[in-house]
Every structure is written in structure tokens, then in C-alpha cells.
Design a protein. Structure first.
Length: 139
């Protein structure tokens, strides 16, 4: 992914929330948990772990949160107009966010570097060879 140029702009579906990603994500995970299936309306969701200082948001976002299985609070920010999920975060770990990176203009970024929660994945999805896979949440 060395030819990907930063910063990269991103936006929700309606365009009222925009952001600029200044540096490459720390890692990209495809999450197969049931919550992510519901969120993505698909078989898995893709999350990019990003240093909070490497991203600049603009536009109003609304918030929702739930308690994750490991006891962490999972805060979620979304566009109040189109409902597009923008990022997740743990209020006890403010230095990093979990960006929903399919909202980036250059979606070559969203190639997963690991698959997680494969214990809940759809049976028809074949995990790729040579990539880290975890039954549950590794971090
Ligand atoms: Zn929107
Ligand atoms: Zn998940």
C-alpha cells in the first residue's frame, strides 16, 4: 500500500460529516462478530485503528454506546443525517479510535491485515491464507 498518498479525505454518505486522515492506520481488521454483521448489513465490518492525533473531523456527530463482551465501553459516532457510522472508541483509551474506513475516498486502504471474531463468521466466507485470524477479540 506504499503508493497510497496521505492525507486522505473521507465523508459519510450524505457528506455532512467529513474528515482528513493524516497518516496510515496502525492496522486494519475485518471483524466477523454478530454486532458487526448487524452494523455493516454484511458478513463482516472493517475497522482501521488510527491514532487520534492523525485524524481531523468536521461536522456534527451523534453518539451511541454499548458494553462490549470484554467489559469495555464501545462508543460509536455517527452522522445524524444519514446514519453512517464514522468511528468507534473506548472512552478509557482516548489515544486511539476505530475508524470505519469504508468512508474514505481511497478505499484501497481498507485491505484487512487481520480477521477477528472468526468464531461468529458466516460459514460461506473462506478466510484468506497467510493472514492473522483470531477466534475472538485479540486486543
Ligand atoms: Zn451523513
Ligand atoms: Zn465486530
Amino acid at each position: 500500500m506504499s503508493d497510497i498518498q496521505y492525507p486522505i479525505n473521507g465523508a459519510c454518505q450524505c457528506g455532512k460529516v467529513t474528515y482528513q486522515l493524516l497518516a496510515p492506520p496502525l492496522m486494519i481488521a475485518a471483524c466477523h462478530c454478530k454486532q458487526c454483521q448487524k452494523l455493516s448489513t454484511s458478513a463482516f465490518s472493517i475497522t482501521a485503528m488510527v491514532n487520534t492525533v492523525d485524524i481531523i473531523f468536521s461536522g456534527e456527530m451523534h453518539e451511541w454506546s454499548r458494553l462490549a463482551d470484554n467489559g469495555n465501553t464501545n462508543g460509536a459516532k455517527f452522522c445524524p443525517s444519514c446514519g453512517n457510522r464514522i468511528y468507534h472508541y473506548n472512552p478509557n483509551d482516548p489515544d486511539k479510535i476505530k475508524l470505519k474506513p469504508s468512508t474514505l475516498l481511497d478505499t484501497r486502504v481498507i485491505k484487512p491485515s487481520m480477521h477477528i471474531w472468526t468464531s461468529e463468521k458466516q460459514a460461506w466466507f473462506a478466510l484468506p491464507e497467510g493472514i492473522d485470524c483470531f477466534d475472538k477479540q485479540p486486543f
